[in-house]
Design a protein around this ligand. Structure first.
Ligand code: PHE
Length: 433
């Protein structure tokens, strides 16, 4: 690389490079671990239809908005909010802060995945309980943080885009292979019925819709400034709507194929589909250990999950790095180094919460406390701020020009904020139950 570049100089090399990077940001632990956990606890097939509706009707338009705003201002999240109204800068900082907290515990989970992958590769006996009883989770957290820091310090094109071009095709191929393998299992029919048989009665349950909506926003990484940041590196000629559709389809497809790979295993081994978070980290490894060729399946599953997690964590760190280089005189490398120290310090309590220390906050592990607060509530909140700033407080003519007009404008102006407001209220009201 020749010297340092400023954030404004960087660009994706092509539409494909951009789409793969954005798919990399979207496809992560959320598609595999969180999707199957949420689907499992919300009645499987009852949840898939609301999930698809939320993805294409609400999240995809927001994706277009973030890309369009990023490309229009060609700056970081804080700069974009400030460009609309100077007093909106704190909204940008709020998004950056939320992303940073999310990153800090996301790296802990990424570290777990790395540990599982390595243990399977080396054929070592490995259980989640034994793993988290020692100090190893802290070491794997630091390793995951180091990988992410190196990629981001290499830059948008030479780091993020290059990694995504390599990792995303592998993720898809391995996942399709695992999905096909799942069809050979005795519980395949039962698993697929659980995931896909529609249950109209459950459509009347608002809890299912709220869960689907939260999952879709998390899964597509929208409303956090991640996609806005990636939009700032977009070449002018890229068609945003088409890209958004491709990214949404890819993200949804990965989640569904992951479900196709996971639920037959769950039913073949008599596991509990509603195990929640424990599904990917406790029940699945047990099943892998028991099935013929299971070690190979475990290596494939956890390696693809690690690649998917790293490309997402990279996007989260890039939000901070672009904001730092855009608002200070720090170079990309210096900003990455400084923020990496910050993310390690911030993530340490989460890493320790599932280790020998068992650090807790209000009775729950710190990691769960952060995911339940920031992960659950910050996302709809910053998504609302995004709509407020870039749809409500921006000239209607400019909004139409950026988004290309049509039904996407009223969807963003009315449907998205109403639904986000309603789901947040529902969550707050039912939180204590
Ligand atoms: N979408 C990522 C996943 O599915 C997580 C993420 C959420 C990344 C929000 C960035 C912003 O794992």
């Amino acid at each position: 690389m020749q010297g340092e570049r400023s954030a404004g100089d960087e660009q994706w090399s092509s539409r494909t490079g951009f789409v793969l990077a954005a798919v990399g940001a979207a496809v992560g632990l959320g598609n595999v671990w969180r999707f199957s956990a949420v689907a499992g606890t919300n009645g499987g097939g009852a949840y898939v239809l609301p999930y698809l509706v939320a993805a294409f009707v609400l999240a995809a338009p927001l994706l277009v908005l973030e890309f369009a705003v990023g490309r229009a201002y060609r700056t970081d999240v804080v700069g974009a909010f400030r460009a609309v109204r100077p007093w909106l800068a704190p909204a940008g900082w709020a998004a950056v802060g939320a992303v940073f907290v999310l990153l800090s515990y996301y790296l802990v989970l990424t570290g777990w995945v790395l540990a599982f992958a390595l243990a399977a590769l080396l054929g070592r006996e490995f259980t989640f309980v034994a793993f988290t009883a020692g100090w190893a989770p802290v070491g794997y957290f630091l390793a995951a943080a180091a990988v992410v820091a190196v990629v981001v310090s290499l830059g948008v094109r030479d780091g993020i885009e290059r990694l995504s071009k390599l990792a995303i095709p592998i993720v898809f191929l391995v996942l399709v292979g695992l999905g096909a393998f799942a069809f050979t299992l005795p519980g395949a029919r039962e698993g697929l019925t659980f995931l896909f048989a529609p249950r109209t009665d459950a459509l009347a349950d608002p809890g299912v819709w709220v869960a689907a909506l939260g999952q879709v926003f998390f899964s597509l990484s929208v409303g956090q400034g991640v996609m806005l940041t990636y939009g700032a590196y977009l070449p002018d000629e890229v068609d945003l709507r088409r890209s958004a559709v491709v990214i949404t389809v890819a993200d949804v497809a990965v989640a569904l194929v992951a479900g196709v790979a996971i639920f037959p295993v769950v039913f073949s081994f008599g596991l509990e589909p509603s195990a929640g978070t424990a599904l990917a980290f406790e029940t699945l490894p047990t099943a892998f250990a028991a099935m013929p060729g299971g070690r190979f399946v475990a290596v494939a599953f956890f390696s693809l999950l690690f690649l998917a997690a790293v490309t997402s964590a990279v996007s989260l760190l890039e939000v901070g790095v672009s904001t730092a280089t855009g608002n200070t005189r720090l170079s990309r490398r210096a900003a990455t180094a400084a923020l990496s120290v910050g993310m390690v310090v911030l993530g340490l309590p989460s890493a320790l919460s599932y280790s020998a220390v068992d650090l807790r906050l209000g009775g729950v592990p710190v990691l769960d406390a952060l995911d339940g607060s920031v992960g659950t509530f910050a996302l709809p909140f910053t998504a609302l701020l995004t709509v407020l700033a870039f749809v409500w407080l921006t000239e209607p003519a400019i909004v139409r020009e950026r988004l290309g007009g049509g039904s996407i404008v009223p969807l963003l102006r009315y449907a998205v904020p109403i639904v986000l407001g309603a789901t947040t209220t529902y969550r707050l009201v039912t939180a204590g139950r």
